[in-house]
Design a protein around this ligand. Structure first.
Ligand code: ZN
Length: 499
């Protein structure tokens, strides 16, 4: 192997190992660490992040990447090695454009702002977060200035989560989506409501855990390379392709919470268990957050809330909770898990209204960043949009503008990826069904390997090699589109609500 390439692989492996070590500490912090560990843990994590940052911005790495240009040009664009050089250079260019002094200030603000939010939210105290949010916006604008020549001030921020995706594209897609979604939500609201009482009652955690484990395992989640733990906010994390963990949260009185969050996180985890082992430790996982979310949403909604999925799993669910489901027919259960209800809280939203929550956030975020909206005016603008788009309004900040952690952790340019994930889940599932028409009937018999195989071959195995657009192109999907998602919703909810 080329000496320079060998050197590059060694450097990238070190950076990845430091980042993964920090992830282990963070996973432990969220799951099992006693409160007394917090102070030392913050210090240890910061130290690992600092070391990784130093290695990622080492000028010697920049010189090495320059010297590898001829090799990169010689190799084909698709080759693992050329992709390694290309993606490493892209990352290097981004991190070195941001002065280290600014990165340190931003890191501190993230921590302070998050703490302020965690303190203020239970007290419904918007004043307590106001100065931090103003700073977050100012810093984010400053961040974009390190990338002169951008089309929209949001573009450099969006690129941190969905590389190459532009605010202009998202706005166009969202305009179209909103125009179609708002009338559908109204129609559903006017229809006869669905009874979901069969999802409420008493569901002992251990029985739920056993059933969820069965579902994750059948979907293809490899427990030899993963595990499920419990946290208030479910997430997926990986320390290597051989160790991809998920968490879930149990509500003893509501079956839907743990069940669908487990399916969702399993969708993320299948992606992270799926890259080609040759990319291990070098190119990581996930083309972008939008693609990542498309995987979790595909499994959670397109598959996990489908009739065929429950044709297979309903008998096992009945066995797990015989008293509860003795008298509940499958079609009634199916309607219950697909109930639509416009609500205030994004994370509890159904698949029809979910994107409206995201578009509200994205539009307000753009207005804040453009200076067209002040942080002071934000709560009122928030409420106006909830009233016009969803027909609901919140009496508290906690259930309104303060409900999500993202802005208060200085994650600007993140929210769109949730909606992109929903749209792409429909586009990718359509592509899979076109290539393998038997997928649906197989799911009804508990066979998920054809679907997973298609995702592995077309999405998972590439890891970070390709950008969102490049990956979609390769899947035969083209660009981000509203049509397939809306077709899916209209067809499905026509049945569920008799529209
Ligand atoms: Zn997710």
């Amino acid at each position: 192997m080329d000496r320079g390439l060998q050197d590059l692989r060694a450097r990238l492996a070190e950076i990845t190992d430091l980042n993964h070590a920090a992830s282990v500490l963070s996973w432990d912090q969220m799951t099992y660490m006693p409160p007394g560990g917090a102070e030392a843990r913050a210090r240890q994590t910061a130290m690992l992040q600092r070391l990784a940052h130093e290695k990622a911005t080492d000028p010697a790495l920049g010189r090495l990447l320059d010297s590898l240009r001829p090799l990169e040009n010689k190799l084909g664009y698709d080759s693992d090695d050329a992709s390694l050089i290309r993606v490493a250079r892209r990352n290097y260019d981004i991190v070195t454009k941001v002065p280290i002094e600014f990165a340190a200030r931003m890191f501190l603000l993230q921590a302070e702002s998050y703490e302020a939010w965690a303190r203020a939210r239970p007290k419904n105290d918007f004043k307590g977060v106001y100065p931090y949010l103003e700073k977050v916006m100012a810093y984010s604008r400053e961040y974009s200035e390190f990338f002169p020549g951008y089309g929209h001030v949001m573009d450099p921020l969006i690129s941190n989560f969905d590389y190459g995706v532009k605010a202009r594209t998202i706005r166009k897609v969202f305009r179209e989506l909103r125009a179609e979604l708002v009338p559908l939500v109204r129609k559903i609201r006017d229809a006869e409501q669905v009874d979901d009482s069969c999802l409420h009652g008493k569901f002992p955690t251990d029985l739920q855990a056993k059933f969820n484990r069965l579902v994750a395992e059948r979907m293809g989640y490899d427990f030899q390379r993963g595990r499920i733990d419990e946290t208030p906010h479910p997430f997926t994390t990986n320390f290597s392709i051989g160790d991809v963990r998920i968490t879930t949260r149990y509500h003893e009185d509501y079956l839907g919470a743990a069940l669908f969050s487990t399916i969702h996180e399993t969708g993320h985890a299948l992606y992270e268990q799926g890259p080609d082992p040759a990319l291990e430790g070098l190119l990581g996982t996930g083309a972008g957050m939008g693609i990542h979310e498309s995987q979790s949403r595909l499994w959670e909604n397109q598959v996990g809330r489908s009739m065929e999925f429950w044709k297979y799993f309903y008998p096992a669910l009945r066995k797990a909770f015989p008293e509860k489901y003795k008298g509940v027919r499958l079609p009634d259960f199916y309607r219950a898990i697909n109930r639509v209800e416009p609500s205030l809280i994004r994370v509890a939203a159904d698949e029809v209204t979910y994107n409206l929550h995201i578009m509200i956030r994205f539009d307000l975020e753009c207005a804040l960043m453009e200076g067209k909206l002040s942080v002071k005016e934000l709560p009122e603008a928030w409420n106006d949009r909830y009233l016009s788009d969803l027909g609901v309004s919140s009496k508290t900040y906690a259930d309104g503008v303060m409900q999500d952690v993202h802005w208060f952790s200085a994650y600007i340019g993140y929210f769109q990826s949730y909606a992109l994930g929903n749209l792409l889940s429909a586009q990718l599932y359509d592509a899979a069904l076109k290539a393998k028409p038997a997928i649906r009937s197989e799911i009804a018999t508990g066979k998920f390997s054809t679907l997973l195989g298609w995702l592995r071959k077309n999405v998972h195995r590439h890891g970070l090699k390709f950008t969102t657009d490049e990956l979609l192109e390769r899947c035969g999907v083209g660009g981000i589109e509203v049509g397939p998602f809306m077709d899916y919703l209209r067809k499905k909810y026509k049945g569920v609500y008799g529209l």
